[in-house]
Design a protein around this ligand. Structure first.
Ligand code: ATP
Ligand code: MG
Ligand code: MG
Ligand code: MG
Length: 463
């Protein structure tokens, strides 16, 4: 990989080296002196390698002078010091093999810049742009860091089911799984019922792997699940997808304070890995997407996160004089605008909010002594709002059963979950981080649809 070689070796070492690049043409221009300059990108980094093709190459007139954006090729040659500004080396090609042509009449990624919204129409090609390429490399880094962080801290990676019968969050945002044969149903004229579901049982796509994760935490000690998560969010926001990736650690013998420390250490590790390993891409986001991003993230890594209770946050929000679209008072859930006010205007950085009213949080969160709040924690960041939601879990059998009754949950559906409190119950806690929200924060990308390879939102599931 030439781009890697170029990154790792200094100019003097790289120059004179014989290399091969395989990639896609970004631009070509021909000079009067009998050369063509071809910018080639192989996906390994932001930068392109300039390939200098002399007219002596046998396919110069037939092929090289017909190369346009999007064509794929293999070029062989020597790296030489480049006289051009902005690049250390260029390749003097001795051979160029064209692998695939791209008709300039129809190839959408020409010099003209498209909006991110427009680029979504070509989700299969848009990663060939600088921005989407950089986003996907950072996304990969974050996924790698997630695994590394948890392994280094004694967590086992488990896989929780995608098809499940429980609505973990109790928010009713589930997609139902069905074996429905629509054609047969149309013929029979019968109503849709649960006999068409998972072999006769109602099942859904998971909204969270937490409940299943708890069963493993209360045997292996520390575990995390990391996989696709589905929510029937029939809304159009810049931070909600119908299909997203969530990492959910769960640890036995953890209380809320342990959980908060874990979340903070975890995020800082992910952020510093991005600075360290995605330097070039991060510089790009800093200059092209969100000015000052690098300094912002460096600052976040150095300082402890701010903490505040939900009750304190409500006081701030109701006395700050800011006009919000959604009214806010004690007992209502925070909206993105409130979360952003708190992080951007009030603390100027990440904020851990704790102790939410039990009425707006799911049944499994541990009820505090005041009887009104639960041991919940959300981590909010500027630009995005909530990126982590977590809590200490209710480990007391009688209290949990009471909460389930309040939420009108059928105990028969949760008998296995309740068993974890019946037999050797222990305090435990965990949280969920939305991968895409983390990528949004690190890159500064405004819309969550642009940080996942194939976004799933209402009206967007074609491919
Ligand atoms: P929000 O308040 O933004 O709707 P939530 O409180 O419903 O989020 P949780 O149930 O706490 O979300 O899920 C844990 C994490 O999963 C969130 O903090 C967020 O990072 C991520 N997440 C939740 N819903 C979505 C979604 N629809 N698309 C992308 N990420 C999501
Ligand atoms: Mg939600
Ligand atoms: Mg929320
Ligand atoms: Mg939440």
């Amino acid at each position: 990989r030439v781009n890697d070689a170029r990154k790792e070796s200094s100019l003097s070492e790289a120059a004179g080296e014989s290399v091969e690049i395989r990639g896609w043409v970004r631009t070509r221009r021909d000079s009067k002196g009998g050369f063509s300059f071809i910018e080639v990108n192989d996906g390994s980094s932001m930068g392109n390698l300039q390939v200098v093709a002399p007219a002596e190459l046998e396919n110069y007139a037939d092929e090289i002078q017909k190369l346009t954006a999007g064509c794929s090729l293999v070029a062989v040659g020597k790296l030489e010091a480049s006289p051009a500004k902005g690049q250390a080396t260029e390749m003097h090609a001795t051979e160029i093999r064209v692998l695939g042509w791209a008709d300039p009449e129809t190839y959408p990624l020409q010099k003209k810049r498209h909006s991110f919204e427009k680029l979504r129409e070509w989700a299969h090609l848009r990663t060939r742009t600088n921005t989407l390429g950089a986003v996907m490399r950072v996304r990969d880094q974050i996924s790698q860091s997630i695994h590394r962080f948890f392994h280094e801290n004694g967590f086992y990676y488990i896989n929780t089911p995608i098809i499940t019968a429980s609505d973990c969050e109790g928010a009713g945002e589930m997609f139902r799984v069905t074996t429905l044969d629509l054609e047969r149903l149309a013929k029979s004229g019968g109503p849709v019922n649960y006999s068409h579901d998972f072999f006769g049982k109602p099942t859904f796509l998971t909204v969270s792997g937490q409940l299943e994760g708890e069963t493993y935490a209360t045997s292996l000690g520390r575990v995390y699940t990391f996989g696709p998560t589905f929510r029937a969010e029939n809304s159009n926001t810049s931070r909600h997808l119908a299909e997203f990736w969530m990492v959910e650690p769960e640890a036995a013998f953890f209380d809320l304070a342990d959980n908060m420390s874990l979340a903070e250490a975890f995020l800082k590790r992910v952020f510093s890995d991005c600075l360290e390993h995605c330097d070039e891409d991060m510089q790009f986001f800093d200059s092209m997407i969100e000015k000052g991003k690098l300094d912002q993230i460096r600052g976040v890594i150095e300082k402890p996160f701010a903490h505040m209770t939900y009750t304190e946050a409500i006081e701030v929000l109701t006395s700050c004089g800011e006009k919000f679209e959604y009214p806010i008072q004690w007992g209502t859930d925070l909206q993105a605008e409130h979360e952003r006010y708190l992080t951007e205007k009030h603390v100027g950085g990440p904020l851990i909010l704790t102790d939410y009213p039990s009425t707006i949080k799911p049944f499994y969160m541990r009820v505090s002594d005041d009887g009104k709040t639960v041991a919940a924690m959300d981590v909010l960041v500027p630009g995005v709002g909530e990126i982590i939601g977590g809590s200490q879990r209710e480990e007391r059998l009688d209290v949990l059963e009471g909460r389930m009754a309040e939420h009108e949950l059928n105990p028969d559906d949760y008998w296995w979950y309740v068993d974890l409190r019946r037999y050797g119950s222990v305090p435990h806690a965990g949280f969920g981080l939305g991968l895409e929200r983390a990528v949004q924060y690190v890159t500064g990308m405004a819309n969550i649809r642009d940080v996942i390879p194939f976004p799933r939102t209402p009206g967007n599931a074609e491919f």
